[in-house]
Design a protein. Structure first.
Length: 368
């Protein structure tokens, strides 16, 4: 049987089974009923602790079959499924829901003293009160710390004591530098907000681009996932969900290196960077990047879109947007997020080895 047929007939049912088993099976804690925290909140942190360090994997070594870009047999698929289940069982207790200022998002506990990585547009400004929803439905208290609007990174601190002698379950940090295109990854979060009896649904996907300031994957994300974790197959956090795209392969994540490299500023409750609100921007261009390109090459122009009206074509390489140099799709998204519908923007592209300047009237993001 051809590999493509094998993949189509085998991988979809198996991956669907993984999602069904792990996304909707209630945890033992959830079955025992939700409990409210009665602990008095501790003071907000006056000093910062050293940031988390990337760790060597503590899970079993990867089986060779689990790292193949395209499984070649049913045994390969079963090995991948087994690995995904093991990783999710290990990390799920550290995946939390966040309720901040009337909004909902996700996060992941990164240290035993209760630091939580999330997206900047979820946490917002420092020193806000946060309700942190644990996997068993308990709600504990926290506060927002630093935010880097330039990359959409945010940090939260749980102020209630942890359940294990004051400590919290947490996951290890990996490194986003060196992630390869085609590498398997796992997205967890609370789409639609926390739901009692449902463990964080998993989405299995692959790295499409490592753009430096952003990671791009084909893991499906929906509202409520923002701020949730992206894991490698060793169960280490490699990114945080930032922008939920209009198409499957437009989903963007903040690389974990951004948090590690700016830990002192985040833990000190500093806010900096140009405002970037990827989950809230309504600006719409109407292009899809070429997934095989390392630059900002247009792979598709959507019908009746602002891009089509302006004359953008498949194969164009976008070099600048509104006067700012664009090297890749992530940089285009940052610039687009800072515009609003009806803005007139000059876009420069390379087409057939010549530069072409176009004027685009930014549109409104279509409803999903």
């Amino acid at each position: 049987m051809p590999v493509t047929d094998l993949f189509r007939r085998a991988v979809v049912p198996l991956v669907t089974a993984v999602v069904a088993v792990l996304a909707f099976a209630p945890s033992a804690a959830a079955q025992s009923g939700r409990r409210s925290s009665t602990s008095a909140p501790t003071d907000k942190p006056a000093t910062t602790r050293p940031g988390p360090k990337p760790r060597t994997p503590t899970t079993a070594p990867l089986e060779p079959a689990a790292v193949k870009p395209l499984p070649q047999s049913v045994d390969d698929l079963r090995a991948l499924q087994k690995r995904v289940r093991a990783v999710v069982a290990k990390v799920a207790p550290a995946v939390v829901g966040l309720r901040v200022n009337g909004g909902q998002g996700s996060g992941v506990i990164i240290s035993d003293d209760g630091y939580v990585l999330t997206a900047g547009h979820v946490s917002g400004m420092p020193n806000r009160d946060v309700s942190v929803v644990l996997g068993d439905g308990r709600i504990v208290r926290g506060t927002t710390l630093g935010v880097n609007y330039g990359v959409d990174s945010g940090l939260v601190k749980i102020t209630d004591p942890g359940p294990n002698n004051g400590k919290w379950p947490f996951v290890d940090a990996g490194r986003s530098t060196g992630l390869r295109k085609g590498q398997w990854c796992i997205a967890l979060g609370h789409p639609g907000g926390y739901k009692a009896g449902r463990t964080p649904p998993l989405r299995l996907g692959r790295i499409l681009d490592n753009l430096g300031r952003f990671l791009r994957t084909d893991c499906t994300l929906v509202g409520g996932d923002s701020g949730g974790p992206l894991f490698d197959l060793d169960g280490r956090v490699i990114g945080i969900h930032s922008r939920i795209g209009g198409t499957l392969n437009e989903n963007m994540h903040v690389p974990v290196d951004s948090y590690l490299d700016t830990w002192d500023r985040l833990a000190s409750a500093e806010a900096w960077g140009a405002t970037f609100m990827p989950g809230r921007s309504q600006a719409y261009l109407g292009v899809q990047v070429d997934p095989e390109a390392t630059d900002c090459r247009v792979g598709e122009v959507f019908p009746d879109s602002p891009a089509e009206s302006a004359g953008l074509k498949k194969g164009d390489v976008i070099k600048s947007f509104n006067g700012y140099k664009v090297n890749n799709f992530g940089e285009l998204l940052v610039q687009l997020s800072q515009r609003k519908p009806d803005d007139m923007v000059e876009v420069e592209v390379v087409r057939d080895d010549r530069r072409v300047k176009l004027t685009v009237k930014i549109g409104t993001k279509p409803k999903q």
